[in-house]
Write a protein that binds this ligand. Sequence first.
Ligand code: PMP
Length: 427
Amino acid sequence: MNDLYDRHRAVLPDWLALYYDSPLEITHGEGRHVWDSEGRRYLDFFGGILTTMTAHALPEVTKAVSEQAGRIIHSSTLYLNRPMVELAERIAQLSGIPDARVFFTTSGTEANDTALLLATTHRRSNTILAMRNSYHGRSFSAIGITGNRSWSPSSLSPLQTLYVHGGVRTRGPFAHLSDAEFIAACVEDLRDLLGHTRPPAALIAEPIQGVGGFTSPPDGLYAAFRDVLNEHGILWIADEVQTGWGRTGEHFWGWQAHGRNGPPDIVTFAKGIGNGMSIGGVVARAEIMNCLDANSISTFGGTQITMAAGLANLNHLIEHDLQGNARRVGGLLIERLRAVAAQLPGVREVRGRGLMIGVELARPGTDEADPRAAAAVLEAAREGGLLIGKGGGHSTSALRIAPPLSLTVAEAEEGAAILERALRSAY
Ligand code: PMP
């Protein structure tokens, strides 16, 4: 076993567990592959959502980062900063939000914190609507709106949160309904909550729940919610930390599957945009962004080096149509995994879109979540040379597949074959 494992106690409190019985030390990567400290190569079907939106060690990003490191990294809030302005202009334009302004942070948590700061101040309300099973980060306020209990380690949040049905289609009281009935039932649930509370500031939602297991509602749910929110002046915050930048294939942002009534008021983003450099941020209408009545800055949000990485990464994504690639290659992968699922009674569902694919496992012949099988498949896939993730609600019974967006058809086929063997070995 790698000696780093024991030494990890220095940074690893007891409430955090590493993946795998014998945890991996990843030492380098290229494209869609990573290598461990023993020199073994793996196809990386999870890093895309964590850090690496386009490809590991993307030459354009490496060049932009090293050139910027050799030039200047200085305050982004006290002096003019060209790469920050250029990336902000691009994001504002891509956001679909009219008169949009961007504020950069260093993480998804801080991005959501900023969105909550803006919404609660703008509306003078500390009541928030959030989705059951959701995950929004690890700050005191983000924990307070996170619906997934296994990722909510404190109940002392200053926010008043009401949890809405709709983020999970697979299980729950409305699972048996048709899509239209499901939406109607969730809207009814929202109306019911609003009838019994002080006016909330905002509804925050991940268009596809990430940590929750890549679960998504029928298209149009949030557009239907929007009708109700508009009646009360409640803001809509889309947490696009996992769903942004073309990952879902059909759309650049996840909210666009629910865009009938226009864009959200606030969109938050983070994770892969810097291809490993820490960028988070908020984009919102100027009127909302400007509601704060005192200074509020982030020292490392928007530094020249992270912004240079983000610009190079975004240019690569758009020039190579990686959103289209996610749609095409992700579509093939979903089809291939559904064919496998049809033969294996333990695979309850293959869901998602683009290169954000969830595989829900259940005890064969039942609807009972099967976290033991999910853990076994993760280990077997790793043995076969494939890294995947897992997630879920009360139990971790979904496999999560989110490769870098440049995945090739051959790599998708290879990964699907390894995963099929891993699934068969678990059942
Ligand atoms: N929102 C969502 C949807 C996330 O998936 C995450 C991270 N898993 C966050 C917010 C928090 O981001 P970070 O870990 O960068 O603080």
